[in-house]
Design a protein around this ligand. Structure first.
Ligand SMILES: *Cc1c(COP(=O)(O)O)cnc(C)c1O
Length: 428
């Protein structure tokens, strides 16, 4: 395939935008080469500036669960746009989407809308601290909760009790309040809690990790976390920015039948526009300004365009009783097909899957945490990525990302993908 125009556009972009991109993972740093510039997209396909057609397995990193330019969402946005795009005053549609979200998601009474997943997680942690009067938080190595300071803490052997900043610009003072735990390791979490008695406000977790590839929680891991939180008066925050409205109508809480205290949303809830949200029971949400002392605000929060897209998206998901089964079946079909062609070609691999999230790791070890996920970040992945791109298939340009299955994918698309992977496998 020819990427001449994309390459030229990237060269221009690099002059005026750092790295040529407005979010780092869009650059092909982990895999080499230059990013592809999209012209338009429809359903399961991207069309780039060189007029290549690509089958999309990223889908804007999750939001486009029903495919690109999904008509009811597009119509809702266009209609709203004609009536003004932002007022900084309350609108009825904010209540409508809030009512729908509260009816779909277990254990939440109130929801506050923001503009990104980052904002949602950052605000959820502030609320947890304000509510409990405690400062420290526990996060898991390899989980991503957006780019606010408290979360940019990397795993490291010395970081058991006190975190250390991994991004310049994060102060040591902030880092020391973030404690790092190993995903799927309840003993590790217990030790951290016991070493920091009465200091931990919350544990924040991706209930199915999706930012180190896809890593499902081990059986009873989330339940054990819930019990630990109850025992020690710690709030449990499910970061469902990726899993919310994707794994089930009520997200991971619904799927695993476990209640979190605060839930964060993003991605699907905005239908492709910039939306995040956090939600909880009344007793917690009532601590938020203007009802309570914990401050949080936003000029464009709940703006009509974003709310129209989100409401149209949630309505579609709420009214389709089969959508989540259908997505899971397509993903299982893809899983089986990929396993077959990789095995036929003796390619060492592990595939993780949960609902419509799937990732292929090029290592034989079971992938259960950041350490095991890191083993698949290798040369094989790079060859695989570029091989698929050449076949007209777009997966994330990093081994640490999940593939997102959209309902717009047909079984023909999946068969085409499996056959292409078979051809690429011969080069691995
Ligand atoms: C994408 C993501 C975020 C950050 O959301 P942004 O909208 O990119 O700020 C937070 N948490 C999880 C689990 C995510 O996948």
């Amino acid at each position: 395939m020819n990427y001449k125009r994309s390459s030229a556009l990237f060269a221009e972009a690099e002059i005026v935008i750092p790295g040529g991109v407005n979010s780092p993972v869009r650059a092909f740093k982990a895999v080499g080469g230059t990013p592809i510039f999209v012209k338009e997209a429809k359903g399961a396909y991207l069309y780039d500036e060189d007029d290549n057609r690509l089958i999309d397995y990223i889908n804007s990193w999750g939001p486009m669960i029903l495919g690109h330019a999904y008509q009811p969402v597009v119509d809702a946005v266009v209609d709203k746009a004609k009536k003004g795009t932002s007022f900084g005053m309350p609108t009825e549609i904010e209540t409508k989407i809030a009512q729908l979200a509260v009816s779909m998601v277990p254990n939440i009474d109130k929801i506050r809308f923001v503009n990104s997943g980052t904002e949602a997680c950052m605000s959820a942690v502030r609320l947890a601290r304000g509510f409990t009067g405690k400062d420290k938080i526990i996060k898991f190595a390899g989980c991503y909760h957006g780019h606010s300071d408290s979360f940019l803490i990397q795993a490291g052997s010395g970081a058991v009790t006190f975190g250390s900043p991994n991004s310049p610009g994060v102060t040591a003072g902030t880092a020391k309040d973030t404690l790092l735990a190993r995903y799927n390791d309840i003993d590790n979490v217990t030790q951290l809690i016991e070493a920091n008695t009465n200091q931990i406000a919350c544990i924040i977790i991706e209930p199915v990790a999706g930012n180190m590839g896809c890593i499902p929680p081990k059986k009873n891991f989330l339940k054990a976390l819930r019990n630990l939180c109850d025992k020690h008066n710690i709030l449990l925050i499910f970061d469902e920015v990726m899993t919310g409205f994707r794994l089930a109508k009520g997200g991971a809480q619904d799927l695993f039948n476990i209640n979190a205290d605060i839930v964060c949303f993003g991605k699907v809830i905005g239908g492709g526009l910039p939306v995040g949200a956090f939600a909880a029971r009344n007793e917690i949400m009532n601590h938020l300004a203007p009802l309570g002392p914990v401050y949080q605000a936003g000029t464009l929060s709940g703006n009509p365009l974003a709310m129209a897209a989100g409401l149209a998206m949630l309505n579609e998901l709420n009214n389709d009783a089969e959508i989540f089964n259908r997505l899971a079946e397509k993903t299982a079909y893809l899983h089986e097909g990929i396993t077959q062609v990789l095995n036929d070609n003796n390619v060492t691999h592990t595939i993780n899957r949960m609902g419509s999230m799937i990732s292929v790791h090029f290592d034989e070890a079971e992938v259960v945490d950041f350490e095991t996920a890191a083993k698949g970040n290798n040369e094989t992945f790079k060859t695989f990525f570029h091989g698929l791109l050449n076949e007209g298939i777009y997966i994330a340009p990093s081994a640490f990302e999940t593939w997102f299955i959209t309902d717009a994918l047909t079984y023909d698309d999946l068969d085409f993908t499996i056959e292409a992977i078979g051809r690429v496998a011969k080069t691995l």
